[in-house]
Write a protein that binds this ligand. Structure first.
Ligand code: ADP
Ligand code: MG
Length: 211
């Protein structure tokens, strides 16, 4: 299966949007992960950098968002501000046809007070680094009570950077009943451990060699 239409799950407007973006066929990680993600299952996927992992989880989480509910329904954790900005940009491109979807990045480096003001209306999607998000959760400027989808992007790098404990703390603020997606370019042993801890019967997707 290589065409997005064959998933039988994406609305016509999204198929048109993907065409306009030049996404004519699914990449291997998208083809392997999207059916399970769209069905609401937990997935852990390893595929090298540049293989289209953002759209693999992005197309899934967007389908599960109710735009009329102004509550945070998806959270993507990233290791750095640069990566969070890239993910947010791609999510906005994938959501171009969806009116009123609000995507907000929350990373260190910007004043907390500025971020707090932009959180007065809860965004549908938050893309964040674990430390700064935890500050917001502790000060109750962010609520994850309506969270449906949690994504750990570049999970290997987050563990390398020592974020394991912060990730666990973030998850303690999230509902137990949720979809958890784990994406990584490499698959060190520590990832299997965190997957076991935070995922429920995940589908494992491994594409090609690690980089
Ligand atoms: P990764 O997270 O695996 O490193 P990205 O999600 O950043 O990869 O995607 C890499 C590039 O591939 C981006 O420029 C993105 O726009 C593009 N891309 C993603 N999916 C497709 C697709 N199905 N067809 C064509 N280009 C795609
Ligand atoms: Mg990526």
């Amino acid at each position: 299966m290589t065409s997005f239409a064959e998933l039988n799950a994406l609305p016509a407007e999204q198929l048109e949007n993907l065409n306009e973006l030049g996404y004519l066929t699914m990449t291997p990680v998208q083809a392997a992960a999207l059916p399970a993600i769209l069905a609401g299952k937990d997935v852990r996927a390893q595929a090298k950098t540049g293989s289209g992992k953002t759209a693999a989880f992005g197309l899934g989480l967007l389908q599960h968002i109710d735009a009329s509910q102004f509550m945070t329904q998806s959270l993507v954790l990233c290791p750095t501000r640069e990566l969070a900005d890239q993910v947010a940009k791609e999510l906005r491109r994938l959501a171009r046809y969806m009116p009123n979807i609000k995507v907000l990045t929350l990373c260190g480096g910007l004043p907390f007070s500025v971020q707090r003001d932009s959180l007065i209306h809860a965004p549908h999607i938050i893309v964040a680094t674990p430390g700064r998000l935890l500050d917001h959760l502790k000060k109750e400027t962010v609520s994850l009570e309506a969270l449906q989808t949690l994504v750990l992007d570049e999970a290997d790098r987050m563990l390398d950077m020592g974020f394991a404990e912060a990730i666990d703390d973030v998850i303690s603020h999230a509902p137990a009943k949720r979809q958890t997606l784990l994406f990584s370019a490499t698959w060190p042993r520590a990832i299997a451990a965190i997957s076991t801890r935070i995922q429920h019967e995940p589908l494992t997707v491994e594409i090609g060699t690690v980089d």
